[in-house]
Every structure is written in C-alpha cells, then in structure tokens.
Design a protein around this ligand. Structure first.
Ligand code: GLY
Length: 352
C-alpha cells in the first residue's frame, strides 16, 4: 500500500488575479491558443453576444487553426493512425451540457457538441453515431488525417510503437506493436499493477483547449476541445467531453477548464471539485491548487493544469508536472494576456 500524502491548508497568499471587467474570456494555454482567446473576446463584443457563442467561436478557432496540433484534425492519431475528437460545451445557467466523444471524420467537434446541447435532451453522443448526428445537422464528413499525421504514425509503428497505452499484454508493449493479446491477471492484482499507472507517454504536448466565457450580462459558459492522447487505443475517450473534468461552469459561482493527462484526471473531476471549492469560499487560485493537490496525492507524476474563474472574472490556476500557461482577455483590454503557472509546491501535498 502506498502512503497517501495529506492536503495541508493553503497559503493565505494564494489570491486570485483581479477581474479586468466584463465581458471576459479565459482559456488553457497561451502561445498558439491565444487565437481562441481573441476570437472569443471579439465575439463577446458583438451586439447580443452570448457566453455560449463565445466558447463555441473560440474553441472552433483552435479546431480550425489546430493551435499546437493537439486540438482539431490531424493531431494525436490513435494506434490505427486515425484522429478522433472529444468536445463539450456547458451553459452555466441551465447546467445543460452537450458533448461528443471519440467522434470520427468531423472537424468542428465543439460545434457538434453545441448541437447536442441545443437540439437533443441528451448530454453526450459517441463515435460513428455522433458523426451521423453531425452530418444530419449539416456538418461535413471528411478524413481527419493529414499527410503529416499519417507519416508520423507510420514512423511510430516502424520504431516499435513506443509510448503506447497497453499493459499486461504480449508481445511486450514497451518494445513491440500489436496485435496484442491479454496476459491473465491474478485475482487482486490491480492494487500493485494498475492503481498508480504511469502518466501518458508524451510529455511535450499541450493537449487541450478549455475555455470559460462571461458575457456582458454576466452569463457564463465553458467548453473543451481536444484530439486526445497520441497513440491511444482506438476507442479511447479522454477527460475533454466529461462535465466536471474537461470543464465545468455554474453561474452561481464561476467556471473551470482543464488540460493534462485525461485518463487520470477524469477519475477526479477536478473542475467540479474546483467549483465546489469556490462555493465554499476559496479564491480561484486556492480552489485550483486544492483540486490539483487532490490528484497529486494519488498520482505524484501527473501532468495537469486547471484555470478557475469566479462569476465576476477574478481568476487563478494551478498545475502539476509541467509549467502551465493560460490566456485571458476582458473588459477594456486591448490585447490578450498570458499567465505562467509553476507546478504546485510539494508543501501543498505533504506526505504522511
Ligand atoms: N486532456 C486531453 C486528454 O487526455 O484527452
């Protein structure tokens, strides 16, 4: 049994950054992801702008532009070299969510998620049948692969499929590609073999856009879009389309967006936790640090980042395993600002 670290009280200095005023938009990552911040902010300045529109417009810009390659078509191909997309969008007043998981052959995943929210009583559609729904709703069906994604995937296979996500199979997945067959496990072996599973193989990709918008009337929305984990097992769905994990919003308190190792993060619902922390009186930074620390107690190697904003636009963030950045723009700001966030200090995740 691994000793579990305990959470210690957060420092009173973990204050939020002030709100620049409304309308306001904030998203995971700076650099190429600021194309989404700027698109969402511009949409918030239009007459009758809504927070939901801004989140759709912002994440769609990242899907078209592909940001750093981890959002939209042609990125993170699975073992079979196919790109699939996960996305969700959430309205902070009604708490309605629309999501698509493992959607194939449609580029505008957040747009389809919005149609799920507005034109069904469901929350999530998946795989080929999400594609059928998208086509019924006017979206184009296209191949999401690019020459570059196919070439990179074929090279990966030639080099023995390093960093795939298989365990307890033969041939040895650390040196060989499939097809794989399972090795029978002894009863009760999960605790020692699977509980503290290693984080994803790639330590380089930013991996997700998650965004929260507050429109001039104070309405809130949030959304997430990603092409998931490179070399995933076909059919894998990450945290992106899971409400409370990829993102979450509640107009009573604020919003949250996440990025990182979705296979682990979706087990902890960090954005749901962060908003409950806000509701219980923490600042956005404290709320984020607490939510990240809860995951780190169990997964010390986790790569994660979350941004949290209260319903007035005060914001903060926390990260683990990498230096995280986020972007925001609001009020009268004439340019997007990027904030760098260092991983949470070990003192926040004290060992027993
Ligand atoms: N955070 C993106 C994913 O793991 O799918």
């Amino acid at each position: 049994m691994h000793p579990l670290p305990v959470l210690v009280p957060l420092l009173p200095t973990a204050l939020a950054l002030p709100s620049p005023g409304l309308p306001f938009v904030i998203n995971t990552w700076g650099g190429p992801f600021t194309v989404a911040t700027d698109a969402a902010y511009a949409s918030l300045l239009l007459p009758d702008a809504s927070a939901l529109d801004a989140v759709e417009v912002g994440c769609s810009a990242c899907e078209r532009d592909r940001c750093d390659g981890t959002v939209g078509y042609g990125g993170s191909p699975d073992e079979a070299c196919e790109t699939t997309l996960d996305a969700m969008i959430m309205d902070g007043a009604s708490m309605k969510v629309g999501a698509v998981a493992g959607m194939r052959r449609v580029k505008n995943a957040i747009g389809v998620a919005r149609r799920v929210l507005e034109y069904t009583r469901h929350t999530m559609l998946a795989g080929d049948l999400a594609t059928r729904f998208a086509v019924e709703n006017g979206f184009e069906e296209v191949d999401l692969a690019t020459e570059e994604s196919i070439r990179a995937c074929e090279e990966w296979k030639k080099s023995g499929c390093p960093g795939n996500f298989r365990v307890h199979v033969k041939p040895d997945p650390s040196t060989s590609c499939g097809p794989y067959e399972p090795i029978p496990l002894a009863w009760g072996s999960l605790e020692t073999t699977g509980f503290l599973a290693a984080s994803r193989a790639s330590k380089t990709s930013h991996d997700t856009i998650s965004m929260i918008a507050i429109d001039a009337r104070g309405a809130l929305a949030a959304g997430t879009s990603t092409n998931g984990a490179a070399h995933k097992v076909p059919g894998r769905v990450g945290d992106g389309p899971i409400a409370g994990s990829g993102s979450y919003v509640d107009a009573e308190v604020g919003g949250c967006g996440a990025t990182g190792d979705g296979d682990v993060m979706m087990r902890f619902l960090p954005c749901y936790q962060a908003l409950e922390n806000l509701r219980n009186g923490m600042s956005p930074t404290e709320a984020a640090e607490n939510a990240v620390s809860r995951m780190l107690r169990r997964h010390p190697d986790l790569q994660s980042g979350i941004v949290v904003v209260d319903n007035q636009g005060r914001h903060g963030a926390a990260a683990s395993g990498w230096t995280f950045t986020y972007a925001f723009r609001g009020g009268e700001m004439n340019a997007t600002q990027v904030v760098t966030v260092q991983p949470v200090k070990a003192a926040l995740v004290k060992q027993f």
